[in-house]
Every structure is written in C-alpha cells, then in structure tokens.
Write a protein that binds this ligand. Structure first.
Ligand SMILES: Nc1ncnc2c1ncn2[C@@H]1O[C@H](COP(=O)(O)OP(=O)(O)OP(=O)(O)O)[C@@H](O)[C@H]1O
Ligand SMILES: [Mg+2]
Length: 336
C-alpha cells in the first residue's frame, strides 16, 4: 500500500468540528452539513449519535431501495497518483451499493491486492485471480469469490502474479483489450455494478481497465498537489477513447480524505469542482481513522463500523452515484 496519506489525524469523535464535512454545497465554502450531523445535534452523546447513524444505515439496508441501473455499469477507478483513496473508494462504494440491494463486483487489478484484502477475499499466490483472467488462462467465473460480509458482493482478487503482467502483456496480441474480452462473459452475470481497482500507474493494467469500462471514477485526495498528474491521466483517457474505447467517459470524481480542520482541504475541493464541474460528487469523504483501520480486519467501513462518519459518507456517495446514472425506471430496463 503506498501511503502518501496520514490517516492518524482527524479522529472519529462526533464532538469534533470536522463533523460538518461529508457533504458540500456546490461552489460554496459553506459546507452543506452532512446528514450525519442531525444525529449529533439530536442526541446528547457521541455514542448516542453513532448509534443513531448505525440505525439509519441498517434501515437503508433493510429497505434496499436503490434502483437497479438500466444496464450493467462498469467503472474503472483510476488515478496514477498513489494513496489517493482508489481502493478505499472502490471497496466502500461497492459494499454500500451491495448493502442497498444491488449486485456488485470488484475486480482487483492492482498487484498490491489491497481491494482483495479490504474485502476479506483470499488472494494467496495460486488463487485464481485477475492475472489468469487477463492473460486468458481462465474465465471470469473461475475467479469470482463471494464476500464473507455480503452475499451480493463479489471480488475477482489480485495475487502477486499480476506484478509480472505489465511485462508479459507487452508481447501479447491485442494487449490493451484483453480485460475487455475477458469481461464480455460478465453479460451472463447479473451484476448491477462492476468496479475495477487500478494500480497507481498508467501502464498496461490501467489501459486494460480503461478499455474495458465505459465509466471512469477518479478519486482525488483533498491535499496539496491533488490535481498533479490528473492532466496526464485525462490525456491518456482521451487517447484510449480516440483509439480503443469510444464510449469512455470520466463520469465521476470523488473527493477523499477531507480534513475539515484545514482551509486547504476546502480550497482543493473548490479547485476540483471548478475543474470538473458536476462530475464531482457532492458528498465528500472525510479523513477518518476508522476508514483506514477497516482493511486491517478484512472489512469495508460499512461492515467494520456502520455507525461511523466514514460509513455514512460512503453510503451517501453510493446513493449519489446510483441516482445519477441511468436507472431501470428511467428506461424501463431491468427488473429486480
Ligand atoms: N477517508 C480516509 N480516511 C483516512 N484514511 C484513509 C481514507 N481513505 C483512505 N485512507 C487510507 O489512505 C491510504 C491510501 O488509501 P488507498 O489504499 O485507498 O489509496 P490508493 O489510491 O488505492 O493507493 P494505491 O495508489 O497504493 O493503490 C490507506 O492506508 C487507506 O487506509
Ligand atoms: Mg489501491
């Protein structure tokens, strides 16, 4: 895990001023106070507030009210900058959608295997993985694993074998389109959402992911140099779009690790909104120790601490993402 971040700062206390960060008003410094805040105000103690949030999250799970998309939505989660929250965003949005009744697949395309770890998925050497799928040795079906925490959440893990793939792919036929070819098989599966977690590079693994997915989600950390390298990423996306995948589009930008105590975080958020406009989710993910602890237990924040601000923010982000996309109601497509 490349750690340019320092998760140990803003703690999860409901008494901290940072409680007001998880959602922002467009173009405004004033934060549109997160839905979590009403809890903190309505109950007397931090524990009470957390319990109230957990209850709300469980209600969302029971109601499972998110609409299915009109067709399967496949996202590549990319940013060649390391440690910006790609994996954290992939697994937590995936888990939040699964909690709300949707069928979700995470494809771990990073040899670090962080998404597999965070989802509690076996990925020891020798485990059928994205590597064998990519080089065409096995089909998607053989590498699918179900999450131990949610029956609707699946993962194709990454093992260390994937580290050699960048080099092996170079000499392969149709090297940029191999993942796309492999994922054609997913038509036969009933997944509503597929998230491909990329490594921090713009090599052939990321290119394969960009060719395989119509939508790109870019997580941007609310820190100095946030937009550094994003120009290069956008140029690569344009090249892939021009030559290999005309459908490709940056549909979503997520602001991550926002520290409500710093002005810098808001400045960065504003810059990113200026640059990407309404592609940026209104929900901002706060920096939170619990979010960084969860993978150590093989869990997403949704399972690890459903009452936390981190879980609430990813739940909000998942709802925004789902409600922005084409839904079954819009186009009369798919039934549950
Ligand atoms: N909201 C958050 N609050 C606190 N820590 C976070 C948060 N989001 C991510 N982190 C931590 O920051 C580090 C980097 O996050 P993550 O692994 O998701 O980034 P990444 O972009 O996938 O990294 P890489 O480029 O290495 O794949 C991890 O230790 C993660 O636990
Ligand atoms: Mg990662």
């Amino acid at each position: 895990m490349s750690g340019s971040s320092d998760p140990g700062v803003a703690e999860e206390s409901s008494t901290a001023p940072a409680d007001s960060v998880s959602r922002e008003t467009e173009g405004s410094r004033e934060t549109d106070v997160s839905r979590e805040t009403w809890n903190a105000q309505d109950v007397d103690t931090p524990i009470g507030a957390e319990a109230a949030r957990a209850v709300r999250l469980m209600q969302a799970a029971v109601q499972g009210q998110l609409p299915r998309p009109s067709r399967q939505r496949v996202f590549t989660i990319a940013n060649q900058k390391g440690g910006v929250g790609k994996t954290t965003t992939a697994v937590n949005i995936a888990a939040a959608l699964a909690l709300q009744g949707l069928r979700v697949l995470v494809i771990d395309l990073d040899p670090q295997g962080n998404a597999s770890t965070a989802l509690g998925i076996e990925h020891r050497p020798g485990t059928p993985s994205s590597y064998e799928v990519l080089i065409g040795e096995i089909g998607v079906e053989s590498a699918l694993q179900q999450s131990p925490h949610n029956e609707r959440l699946y993962c194709i893990p990454a093992t260390i074998d994937l580290a050699g793939a960048e080099i092996e792919l170079v000499s392969m036929v149709a090297r940029e389109g191999r993942l796309r070819t492999a994922l054609a098989e997913l038509k036969h599966h009933d997944f509503d959402y597929v998230f491909i977690d990329c490594p921090p590079s713009l090599g052939l693994l990321t290119i394969n992911a960009l060719v395989a997915a119509p939508e790109v989600l870019i997580p941007i950390q609310c820190e100095y140099y946030a937009l550094e390298g994003v120009g290069q990423l956008l140029r690569n996306i344009e090249m892939v779009k021009a030559h290999l995948n005309p459908e490709l589009d940056v549909s979503t930008v997520v602001l991550t690790m926002h520290d409500g105590r710093t002005k810098l975080a808001d400045q960065v958020a504003n810059d990113v909104r200026e640059h990407f406009g309404n592609k940026v989710l209104r929900t901002v993910i706060p920096r939170s120790v619990k979010v960084s602890e969860a993978p150590g237990y093989g869990m997403t924040i949704i399972s690890y601490d459903p009452g936390s601000r981190g879980a609430m923010s990813y739940l909000d982000a998942s709802r925004e993402l789902a409600l922005r996309g084409g839904t079954a109601q819009d186009e009369g497509g798919r039934d549950r």
